[in-house]
Ligand binder design. Structure first.
Ligand code: DHB
Ligand code: FE
Length: 283
């Protein structure tokens, strides 16, 4: 049976990818950011997933204002790293487990989560940066070392889905995975965040106290975390802090009680508070 054994939360700041691609992670600015991921890479090797179910957001790369799916599941055979203006990142093409993705699409829709099905999609920093963080340096000739099923969540154009809806979707993803017969070790990623605002009067906003409390609540009191409102995310964590609703999808797919095996928090990377958690399922 396929099993979700762990959930990983991780910021996706594009400059983290650039630092890896340019091999400058040892520079004083970057060293403390990457130091916090050293444990994660070792843990990832020991607990190697067959499939990563990667919840992320597209940043007007695959989608623009003409089409705004709230939840879009990647069902293509593969996903090409996108050109976001400086050429595509020099990282491997992302390979799907297409049959499993199709099963999840069916299970979600029959479970009344009417996701959009993507049979063609380029993937931007929202997806490739968390993979780089967990799997380390890769060239386009390598493979990632895991199959990846992407789920793109709209957090760019109002209205984004609520934390509560994201949590419920995570629970439905858990049911979909649990009903797939093949023996697969599945990790689920919730990406983006933490506090950051890239625009207008409050650009540069960081709220370390709130971010740390959010991690505590997400891990230990998920029923409380799922009730956090859009207004609270925006007020406390800035306009882009709303990306954290994606962490709720990840948390909803895990057991009620989980073991926090790793936490990393660092301010800043670019304009953003970097947050990272590794949570293991008890069962
Ligand atoms: C930054 C952070 C993001 O989440 C993003 O999507 C783009 C840029 C930043 O801090 O630079
Ligand atoms: Fe972002």
């Amino acid at each position: 049976m396929a099993k979700i054994t762990a959930g990983i939360a991780c910021s996706h700041v594009p400059a983290i990818g650039v630092a890896m691609d340019q091999h400058i992670t040892e520079q004083p600015y970057w060293q403390p950011v990457f130091e916090g991921f050293e444990y994660s890479r070792e843990w990832n090797k020991k607990n190697k997933p067959d499939v990563v179910f990667l919840v992320y957001n597209d940043h007007c790369t695959a989608f623009d204002a003409s089409v705004i799916p709230t939840f879009a599941l990647g069902c293509a055979a593969e996903f090409t790293p996108a050109d976001e203006g400086w050429g595509p990142r020099p990282v491997p093409v992302v390979k799907n487990h297409q049959e499993f993705a199709s099963h999840i699409a069916q299970s979600l829709v029959l479970d009344e989560f009417d996701i959009t099905i993507m049979n063609e999609m380029d993937v931007d920093h929202g997806l490739t940066v968390p993979l780089s963080v967990m799997f380390g340096d890769k060239t386009p000739e390598d493979d990632w070392g895991t199959l990846v099923i992407p789920l793109a969540v709209n957090v760019v154009q109002y209205p984004a889905p609520t934390a509560n809806r994201c949590y419920a979707l995570g629970q439905a993803i858990r049911r979909a995975v649990d009903s797939w017969d093949e023996d697969l070790n599945v990790h689920i990623y919730g990406t983006g965040g933490m506090s950051h605002q890239l625009q207008a009067q409050r650009a540069g906003l960081i709220n370390a106290t709130w971010d740390q409390q959010f991690m505590d609540i997400l891990v230990n009191e998920p029923e409380k975390a799922r009730k956090i409102s859009h207004v609270e995310f925006l007020r406390e964590t800035g306009s882009e802090g709303i990306e954290m609703v994606m962490w709720l999808v990840m948390r909803g797919a895990l057991d009620e009680k989980v073991t926090e095996v790793h936490r990393h928090y660092h301010v800043p990377a670019s304009n953003t508070a970097v947050g990272h958690l590794i949570l293991e399922n008890h069962a």
